[in-house]
Design a protein around this ligand. Structure first.
Ligand SMILES: [Zn+2]
Length: 143
């Protein structure tokens, strides 16, 4: 994969947030789960489960209305939306052509949890101008 401006950047996810994402993804099976993380820049401190409007096993869709509502809530907390996540119930943790096509235009960590194997596997990416870059992430203890 190519170099990108965030090459040296690491996205930090609190361990309880990580657990919550995985739990959400497991509960949504066989459908894809989706949501956002908020916090200070570069951190996933809070999980926001979103409704998958598409409700399929291979794609997800978040309504603009839900997104705008969340944006306001997050702003009130003086946080930023720092990541979007979704699950791949039966496939590898890599953005599908549809994911790439519909990825947010703003820079945000793009997390995918694969449930293909017994142990859930999370990978993080940056998708900019329809190009996928690997993004380093680290699960850390809160506080
Ligand atoms: Zn996907």
């Amino acid at each position: 994969m190519k170099q990108h401006p965030y090459e040296k950047f690491t996205y930090y996810i609190y361990s309880d947030v990580y657990e919550e994402i995985v739990t959400h993804c497991m509960e949504a099976k066989p459908y894809e789960a989706c949501g956002f993380l908020s916090g200070k820049q570069g951190f996933g401190e809070q999980v926001w489960r979103m409704t998958n409007e598409a409700l399929t096993t291979h794609s997800f869709e978040i309504s603009e209305q839900d997104y705008q509502k969340l944006k306001k809530t997050v702003q009130k907390r003086h946080e930023q939306i720092t990541a979007i996540y979704h699950s791949h119930p039966t496939s590898i943790p890599y953005p599908s052509p549809t994911d790439i096509l519909h990825a947010p235009e703003y820079p945000i960590a793009y997390l995918i949890v694969s449930l293909q194997n017994e142990t859930p596997f999370l990978r993080s990416f940056l998708i900019m101008n329809k190009v996928v870059y690997e993004l380093a992430h680290q699960v850390v203890k809160r506080g």
